[in-house]
Design a protein around this ligand. Sequence first.
Ligand SMILES: Cc1cc2nc3c(=O)[nH]c(=O)nc-3n(C[C@H](O)[C@H](O)[C@H](O)COP(=O)(O)O)c2cc1C
Length: 358
Amino acid sequence: MKNLFQPLSFKHGAIMKNRFMLAPMTNLQSFEDGRLSDDEFRWLTMRAHGGFGLTMTCASHVQPAGKGFSGQLGCFSDDHLEGLTRLASAIKAQGSLAVIQLHHAGMRSPQDLTGGQAVCPSDNAETGARALTLEEVHQLKEDFVAAALRAEKAGFDGVEIHGAHGYVLCQFLSPVINQRTDRYGGSLENRARIIFEIIDAVRERCRPGFLLGVRLSPERFDLQLGEMIEVSRRLMNGGAIDFLDMSLWDVFKEPVEERFQGRTLLSYFTELDRGEVRLGVAGKIYTPQTAMQCIKSGVDFVLLGRAAILHHDFPLQAFADPDFEPVKTPVSREYLRTQGLGEAFVEYMSGWSGFVED
Ligand SMILES: Cc1cc2nc3c(=O)[nH]c(=O)nc-3n(C[C@H](O)[C@H](O)[C@H](O)COP(=O)(O)O)c2cc1C
């Protein structure tokens, strides 16, 4: 268990006091214009107080048009700076690294939230989204970088680029969704280009020690595992990022693609030469024992989602008792309130199967 509490240093200078990151979690608690609410502030700062070495915000949109959820935290306007500054400062006061996840929902931005037609790398019949022009692709890239600069100005230690779960950067990666014929479509190199350009620009324009991570999910949305392994290899070989966060939804699962089966999906990433880039994983890590198993199987840190909702102080609990077991779900609404969830988040969690009592 000792390993879970060893500090982890990142290539560009940040140090995480232990191996527990709070996974990015949408919680619908911000104001509709993207400004931070007291509920979202409480939910996150309680996790910093509860011992997480790094506290990550929910997916935060970098353009109004990229909003994916009602009550989503925004990072696209200087109007967000006051709340973000307050948040970063309170997280860091607890000795936790403060990181904001940067996001754009692309074709998955509901029109009733954005007031306009959703955008996507290519026209998408299923969602009615329209293709981004080349100029808009450049603007999208610029807005990810502008959001990173805003996060830096607000005092965050760093950002995580959300390249997972079928949102816009993942839509670029997908050989099926992305049908562009310019330098952002076609070959894998072209489909991944926007991610690498964002990384390079953040590195160039944010301060040298700024923490930079990328989140990928290697399956679904017509992604091909072989390609995602290749993108991960390039991300780690490049050394421009500090960490790669693999969102697997189940750390022990096997790949969906038959030719890769017979071993865990995670093992395809732990075996890559990662140089000084740190590798983390999320998916059904509910106990310190499971977290430890992940470390033993070769990752540098773990990200906790639902276990961190259930226990704001999971890392402290794990430190006190290596056999700590989380409360059984479903839990009551009242219980979730004791863990710092506001009403909007409690309501959202009631839509997650088996999590909240009827
Ligand atoms: C309520 C909820 C909201 C989530 N929102 C995000 C998000 O904003 N960005 C993201 O990358 N993943 C999001 N996820 C995925 C989590 O970060 C995590 O990878 C996933 O829940 C698996 O971890 P777990 O089994 O520990 O919950 C969300 C998950 C949950 C449960």
